[in-house]
Design a protein around this ligand. Structure first.
Ligand code: GTP
Length: 237
């Protein structure tokens, strides 16, 4: 059997990741590739929970004069669309999944019930959490942190466009330096854009490590879950 570092992981995918290069909506080739990478974890016996953002469909800041809460609720609905897309891609390749949403939409998905989510995971089902935390003002990163704490995940695998955390924006500065490891306090004090501060604090308070890595490189999800040295690890020390 292949070595594996983590038993239960929380995979956070940005909504943009599902859009691929088209930048908007869902690219099903990309969704399928991600699903196949998730299957590798399931095949290794790793329990996988996932949170997907919604930015490929709706970003709160598009709302201009819109009330923040309404804009955020639209974002939560966008995450549900993405959750169902990822569910379909996984079930296409024979992976059992459950979608659980923080806002009840029983005709479409199960409501979030922590103990039930845990049972699904124990049975090898991939559980995808939709509708954020169900509250406005909370990001999907915070959702990933909250659900990771609730389901007792060993790590948050934070899949991003960039391949780790840099001291400055690597897309703008060619001399940006990537960190191999950081503490939560480093992230908060330096104002590094890893996760928002609410999500980072939640991870810090509950001692949940965050591995930030690039999703564009095929095979990285497996490497991240296997504890290979990729990306940037944010932890207590
Ligand atoms: P086990 O009891 O562990 O086998 O879990 P299970 O999820 O298979 O049991 P259940 O009989 O509760 O669910 C059967 C199917 O119905 C699964 O595909 C669930 O995702 C789905 N399901 C369960 N509850 C809901 C719900 O509230 N809404 C929707 N839309 N589907 C649900």
């Amino acid at each position: 059997m292949e070595p594996k570092k983590y038993k239960r992981v929380m995979l956070k995918l940005s909504g943009e990741a599902l859009a691929g290069t088209q930048g908007y909506g869902i690219n099903f080739d990309v969704a399928q590739r991600i699903a196949e990478e998730i299957k590798e974890l399931v095949d290794m016996g790793i329990e996988v929970a996932a949170v997907v953002g919604g930015g490929n469909i709706w970003r709160g800041r598009q709302g201009n004069d819109m009330d923040r809460t309404s804009a955020d609720y639209m974002g939560m609905l966008a995450t549900c669309i993405n959750a169902i897309a990822l569910q379909e891609s996984l079930e296409n390749i024979g992976i059992n999944t459950r979608v659980q949403t923080a806002i009840e939409m029983k005709e479409i998905a199960e409501p979030f019930i922590r103990r039930r989510a845990m049972r699904h995971l124990e049975k090898g089902r991939v559980v995808i959490f939709g509708a954020g935390t169900g509250n406005p003002y909370f990001s999907t990163d915070t959702t990933a942190a909250l659900r990771a704490a609730e389901i007792e995940a060993d790590v948050i695998l934070l899949a991003k466009k960039v391949d780790g955390v840099y001291d400055k924006d690597p897309n703008k500065y060619s001399d940006a330096v990537k960190f191999d490891a950081l503490t939560y306090m480093n992230v908060l004090e330096k104002g590094l854009q890893v996760m928002d501060s609410t999500a980072t604090s939640l991870c810090m308070d509950n001692d949940i490590p965050i591995l930030v890595f690039g999703l564009d490189e095929p095979g990285n999800i497996k490497k991240a879950a296997s504890g290979d040295k990729i990306g940037t690890l944010v932890s207590r020390n």
